[in-house]
Write a protein that binds this ligand. Sequence first.
Ligand SMILES: O=C(O)c1cc2cc(O)c(O)cc2[nH]1
Length: 468
Amino acid sequence: QFPRECVTPEGLRSGQCCPSPAETPNDPCGSSTGRGQCVAVVADGRPHGPQYPHDGRDDRERWPLRFFNRTCQCNGNFSGYNCGSCRHGLTGVNCDQPVSVVRRNVMLLSPDEKRAFVNALDQAKRTVHPDIVIATRRYQEIFGPDGNTMQFQNITIYNYFVWSHYYSVSKTYLGPGQESFGGVDFSHEGPGFVTWHRFHLLQLERDMQDMLQDPSFALPYWNFAIGGSTCDICSDDLLGARSSFDLNSISSNSIFSQWRVICESVEDYDTLGTICNSKDRAHCRKSGTESSPIRRNPAGNVARPMVQRLPQPQDVADCLELSVFDTPPFYSTSSESFRNSIEGYSAPQGNYDPVIRSLHNLAHLFLNGTGGQTHLSPNDPIFVLLHTFTDAIFDEWLRRHSPARPYTLTEIITLAVVAALVVVAVIFAATTCAIRTRSYAKLEGRQPLLGEQYQRYSDEHDKTQSVV
Ligand SMILES: O=C(O)c1cc2cc(O)c(O)cc2[nH]1
C-alpha cells in the first residue's frame, strides 16, 4: 500500500517516495516550508527470531525497503506521506491548533450519534481512498508482464483498513508449487500487537476525519468485557441485529447486511501468487458467484463452549495488574506478559495455557464468523469497536505502568552538567567547612563560648529570654 503518486514505473525504479504537499507543488515533503525532508529509510536490521526461518523471501521484511528506500520524515507537528497533514490531535494550516478527539462508549451515543457513526462507516466502505493504492502482486511482478504496467489498484477507505490487516497476517509466498509459509504473523502473537493495531485504528480514524471533513471525528469503542452471551452492540441501530431467517447472517434492516467481504479467497491467492484485490469480485461475478456477506453468529460456536461467552470486567482489571509489557519468548506462549494477556493467548492473570482464549481473542472468537478469522476479521465492522476498546486498555496500562522513557542526548548533557555543578558545590562547601573548623579550633581557647553578643544574658534572667 503506497501513495498513488509514488507507484509509477519511474517512482518505483528510483526507490524514492517523497511527494509534495498538495498546496506546494514541486516541493518534496514540503521541505521549503520546513514541514519535512526526504531521507533514507532506516529499517530494523536485526536477524529474525526463530519463528521466521526465512530471509529475503517476503516483501514485508524490513518494510518498506523492498519498494522504497527514501521517504518523507516530517518535522514537529507535521505528518503524513508528504508531510502535508498534521499529527493526530492537531489541525490548522500550521498544525498548531489542538483538536480534541474523544473515543466514547458506543452504547452511550445518542440515537443521532449512532446513526451518524453507522453512516460514516458505510460511506468509508464506498469511498475510494484519495491517496493510497494497494499492490495486487508481489514486488517481483509489480511492473507487470510488459515491465511497465504497474500492478496496483484503487481501494475504498474501509477496504484499505481490511486489506492492510490481511496483508500483515498473510502467509509468506515461497514460489509456485511450494506450500506458503504460515508460521509468521506480522501483527499478532508478538510485542507489536498493541502498537500495530493502534496505528491501524489511527489510520482509519484519520481517513474518516478527512472524508467527513471533521478533524474531531472519533471512533467509538465497544466495552466487550461484560460477560454473558449477549452481543449488546448487535442491534440494527448499531452494528446489526441477527437475521430472523439465518442464524449466521445480519438482519436486512442493517446497512451492514449489504456489505461484501474482501480477501476471502486465500487459497486462490496462494495458488496464483497474487495478493487480495478487488478483482476478486469481478472474477467471482463472471463465474456466477458474488463475494460473501458478513457472517456472524455471536455465542453460537457450540463446538467450543469456552468461546460462547464474553470476557468479564475482572479480566480487564487482572491484566492491568501485570506490570511487565512482554516477556520471553515474546510470542503467544509468553507468561506474565501484559501484551499476551490483553491479546488473549494467556489468562488475564498472566499464566499461559494453550487452551485459554481471553480478552481480545475471546471477543473475536465469540463473534463466530467473519470477525473470528484473522485474514478476514476487519470485514466485520465490530472489529473497529473491539480494537478501540483493546487500545483503551493499553492506554490505561501505559498510564499505570509507563516504562521509563530513555533519556535524549540533550537530557543526558543537561543532567551531566547539573551533576558536575552539584559535585563542585559539595566539594567547595566541604573544603570551606574544614578550613573554618580548623581556624575556630585554634581560637577556641581565647574566645567566650557564645561570642560577644550573648554575654548580655544575665544569670538572673530566664535562660530562654533574650535581653537584647
Ligand atoms: O483463535 C484465536 O485466538 C484468534 C482468532 C482471531 C481473529 C482475529 O481477527 C484476531 O485479530 C485474532 C484472533 N485470534
